[in-house]
Design a binder for this molecule. Structure first.
Ligand code: SF4
Length: 364
């Protein structure tokens, strides 16, 4: 396996060994402020803000920095002391890994597998995740990736989601195996990778201001600032598009014009819609006529609320401005510093009777 491959899949056991073989000490890297530390912070930042971890400019970092940034990101996310942040981080790592697997498997389909050692094949990832023998192609297709797979019932129940599409009664089950489509295989792999990444987090024994943590204070401060954008807005449970702030309306409009949203843009939109009380299925319906696909919506919204029901908010006006999403139309910053606060104040100030979009839809 190559350094490039470990950089693309840093959660592999072989990648962990490769970090050891590099002979570098993570503590020293952190103390010296090596590039991997910067990349590690960006990794967490992108996970929290965009739900993915790949570098915005893939040529910016050396493979070694990419690989080493993974253990540093795990330290940083542990120090954030937030279960929701860990869930979101693990989901973002898994999402990026699955997209890379999709590329790699497709390249394998085209007979390109032998031309590079940076690609991962199906057998290797199944083996890595302890799933070889429990997931197998439904038929022998020689060198091509099969369209169907069979999954042992136990593994299926552990990895399948809660949605209706995974209901066992609607599945073909034979000899203790469940038949799934190729695309569903990626979904199961995503769950297994996410759990692998979340396993062992948060790290124990890290103390603020001491040892390895001390040189990370400014990176942590930056990440905490992003997290503290949890607003003081009370629970909102009312959906009316006429009250949306322009930043959100613009994103919605862009998606409805059929334009693909950037990761950060779709995260902002999903976090806002979740923040005003919408369930994933409602968001799917609400965005039916847009470039957003139902699967992506469900994936993104799943990690916006933690087990305790704490909502992961959209970024603040300041961050949206820094990312070029907010144009401060009508001088909104004077009214609120956060899209949810702005929406809530419009909700409270409204004079005319407005109907919740959900009541309207259910009445049709
Ligand atoms: S000021 Fe805030 S609420 Fe208004 S458009 Fe900008 S980001 Fe949205």
């Amino acid at each position: 396996m190559s350094a490039r491959l470990y950089a693309r899949y840093p959660f592999l056991e072989a990648a962990r060994q490769a970090v050891g073989e590099l002979g570098v000490d993570i503590e020293t890297l952190i103390a010296e402020g090596a590039p991997a530390v910067d990349r590690g912070r960006k990794r967490v930042e992108r996970a929290l803000m965009a739900g993915r971890v790949d570098a915005e400019d893939p040529d910016e970092w050396r493979d070694e920095d990419e690989l080493l940034s993974y253990p540093i990101a795990r330290i940083l996310v542990s120090l954030l002391d937030s279960g929701a942040a860990i869930d979101k981080y693990a989901a973002a790592e898994a999402k990026t890994a699955v997209e890379r697997l999709q590329e790699d498997f497709a390249a394998g389909d085209d007979g390109l597998r032998s031309t590079t050692t940076a690609r991962l094949d199906r057998e290797t990832i199944l083996d890595e995740l302890g799933l070889s023998g429990t997931i197998r192609p439904a038929a022998d297709h020689a060198s091509r990736e099969p369209a169907w797979f069979r999954v042992e019932l136990g593994a299926y129940l552990r990895l399948a989601g809660d949605g209706d599409r995974w209901r066992l009664v609607d599945r073909e089950v034979a000899d203790g195996e469940v038949r799934i489509e190729r695309e569903e295989l990626f979904s199961l792999l995503g769950t297994a990778i996410r759990r692998r990444i979340a396993d062992g987090l948060p790290f124990e024994g890290l103390t603020e201001g001491e040892g390895i943590v001390e040189p990370l204070e400014s990176d942590l401060g930056e990440l905490r600032r992003l997290l503290s954008e949890r607003t003081a807005v009370g629970r909102i449970d009312f959906v009316n598009r006429a009250l949306f702030p322009p930043c959100i309306e613009n994103l919605l409009q862009k998606a409805e014009d059929g334009i693909e949203l950037e990761a950060f843009e779709s995260f902002t939109l999903m976090a806002f819609l979740t923040g005003i009380g919408m369930e994933p299925d409602e968001i799917v319906d609400f965005c039916a006529e847009s470039s957003l696909d139902p699967e992506g919506i469900r994936y993104q919204t799943e990690y916006l609320t933690d087990d305790r029901g704490t909502q992961y908010p959209p970024p603040s006006c300041e961050t949206l401005s820094a990312y070029g999403i907010c144009h401060n139309e009508d001088d909104h910053w004077k009214t609120a510093s956060h899209p949810l606060a702005y929406y809530q104040s419009r909700l409270e100030d409204r004079e005319e009777e407005l109907v919740d979009w959900r009541a309207d839809t259910n009445a049709e």
